[in-house]
Write a protein that binds this ligand. Structure first.
Ligand code: UDP
Ligand code: MG
Length: 309
């Protein structure tokens, strides 16, 4: 028998806990006929509703269901890491609780694993049902990050992914504080098969990601997998020095040849404003990296467990 660990991060998902379990267990005969045993690890990410109670109810009826409950909301990345740490399986799969990651895809995913792939990942091909502005920024983000990062980060990739033990251990070896899973998957490499499917809308409850949260997450992604913004900052510094030098030459020559009277006060103000703006912008970029480094060197735990089952 081989063990499959199903890792499910949950944050305020009381309506979905049971539904998810039922949907997953529709694969029971597939598991059985293929010598697989499944354990479900719900990671309660500091939910404020009755998520923990719901998980306990499910766990009471099935000893293969486990729970790790955080002391507060640490974010999905921390939940994923905790889940992978607790997983004992020969295989592990990450799934959202809201059934946007259909468990019915598991048999197909396993087919590829048995064919020899190390991990099977999913990406959605449409962003149907998502606000237009959000899709636009998401596309921009993927285009930019893939230009400035050597790690491949796939547009539309979901966190729904089946992995062998080897891949799980590799991901666990990356114990960084600022976690950007989509980049980490790309970084560890291995043979990955991509499955595509149409976006499925959340069954119950609502999304936990506001636009602002996604924006901050995108900065996490960029700073974690690229240092190009730092290079841009120094490039701009050099560029403006050159421009300034040429302007000085121009002014000196003009003064010597035409005895130019003092003028140009408005243009001066514009230049000063622009240069200080760019300086602050570059300082901001440096600040971003500094703050990430600062959090990293503190070596704080990624999460704290309040209760385990
Ligand atoms: N989630 C979590 N912690 C958070 C936010 C979300 O564990 O701080 C979980 C959530 O319960 C869900 C999954 O991450 O199972 C994906 O979240 P959601 O469906 O809200 O994101 P979306 O699918 O809209 O991108
Ligand atoms: Mg969702």
């Amino acid at each position: 028998m081989k063990l499959l660990s199903v890792i499910v991060p949950c944050y305020n998902e009381e309506e979905n806990i049971r539904d998810f379990y039922d949907e997953l267990m529709k694969n029971a005969s597939f598991f059985e006929s293929n010598g697989l045993e499944a354990e479900v690890i719900y990671i309660d990410d500091g939910s404020r509703d009755r998520t923990v109670e719901r998980i306990k109810e499910v766990a009471a009826s099935d000893p293969r269901v486990h729970m790790v409950s955080f002391s507060r909301n640490f974010g999905k990345e921390a939940a994923i890491y905790a889940g992978l740490q607790k997983a004992k399986g020969d295989y592990a799969v990450l799934m959202d609780c809201d059934l946007q990651d259909p468990p019915a895809l598991l048999p197909e995913m396993f087919r590829y694993i048995w064919e020899g792939y190390d991990s099977v990942a999913t990406r959605r091909v449409t962003r149907k049902g998502e606000p237009v502005i959000r899709s636009f920024f998401a596309r921009m983000f993927y285009r930019i990050i893939n230009k400035i990062s050597r790690t491949e980060i796939v547009d539309g990739a979901r966190d729904y992914r089946l992995m062998t033990r080897q891949v799980v251990d590799s991901i666990l070896a990356m114990a960084e504080y600022n976690r950007f899973t989509k980049g980490i998957f790309g970084w560890v490499g291995y043979e990955t098969k991509w499955l595509e499917y149409e976006n499925i809308e959340r069954k119950k409850g609502e999304t936990k990601w506001s636009f602002w949260k996604l924006f901050l997450y995108s900065i996490d992604g960029i700073t974690a997998f690229s240092t190009v913004p730092l290079a841009i900052a120094s490039f701009m510094g050099v560029l403006f020095c050159v421009v300034a030098f040429l302007m000085i030459l121009f002014i000196i020559v003009r003064k010597l040849m035409f005895g130019d009277p003092t003028s140009g006060w408005p243009s001066m103000v514009c230049i000063v404003l622009m240069c200080s703006g760019i300086q602050l912008f570059c300082l901001g970029i440096v600040g971003q990296y500094l703050s990430k480094t600062y959090m990293e060197v503190k070596r704080r735990p990624l999460y704290l467990v309040k209760e385990e089952l």
